[in-house]
Design a protein around this ligand. Structure first.
Ligand code: GRF
Length: 201
């Protein structure tokens, strides 16, 4: 059986990308990390991919007149590499329903809060400022809505009296870097059941 191919989409720092690279190297994820697609030419994740010798394709969204034309370029790249799973890791772009529908149950995302609470780009800060005592990390399939779709894994993180926002951010990211590789491995092994239905790849 051929090894599955993963494509990571990222726009920024790339700490989750690095955790995925490590997990592939150490065999926690038994797949090829075929590709990084980055929509931001200035993103630090690009250097991380170059150092790890992962094929990197920069598709700068600002060079395209519409989301549709940007996504067509992305699809063109993916078509050439037999991608089994698309892993969003800090990808700061909302994918269109057309794109999402063309990869059913094959796009996953990590969100730094316990969905459906604290959706959006500032989830850690929003949870901290709200004053919740428990927040966490969610890995989910991507559907047509933002930060929404069947949950694959969740892990709670308690917010203690000593937590500052930077400390909480650090703690959440540490959990992400452990949970995301585990969730990716689970998806690739076809071991997930969503309300009784097996998800096959
Ligand atoms: C992570 O907190 C992830 O949950 C969110 O974006 C952040 C990306 O961080 N979707 P990094 O680029 O992986 O360091």
């Amino acid at each position: 059986m051929r090894k599955a191919n993963i494509a990571v989409f990222a726009s920024g720092t790339g700490s989750n990308f690095s955790a995925i690279v490590r997990a592939v190297k150490t065999g926690v994820i038994k797949a090829n990390l075929a590709l990084l697609i980055c929509d931001n030419p200035d993103a630090p994740v690009i250097n991380k991919a170059v150092r790890a010798k992962i094929r990197t394709v920069i598709i700068a969204a600002k060079d395209f007149p519409s989301r549709d034309s940007f996504e067509k370029a992305v699809t063109g790249v993916l078509r050439g590499c037999n991608v089994d799973l698309i892993v969003l890791a800090g990808f700061m772009r909302i994918l269109s329903p057309v794109f999402v529908k063309s990869y059913p149950k094959r796009i996953i995302n990590i969100h730094p809060a316990l969905l459906p609470s604290f959706k959006g780009a500032h989830a850690i800060r929003d949870a901290f400022e709200y004053g919740v005592k428990v927040t966490g990390v969610t890995v989910h399939f991507v559907d047509e809505q933002t930060d929404h779709g069947p949950v694959i894994m969740q892990e709670p993180v308690r917010i203690g009296n000593k937590d500052t926002l930077p400390r909480l951010e650090k703690r959440i990211h540490k959990v992400e870097h452990r949970v995301y590789p585990e969730a990716i491995d689970l998806c690739l092994r076809g071991r997930l059941r969503l309300r009784g239905r097996k998800v096959v790849r």
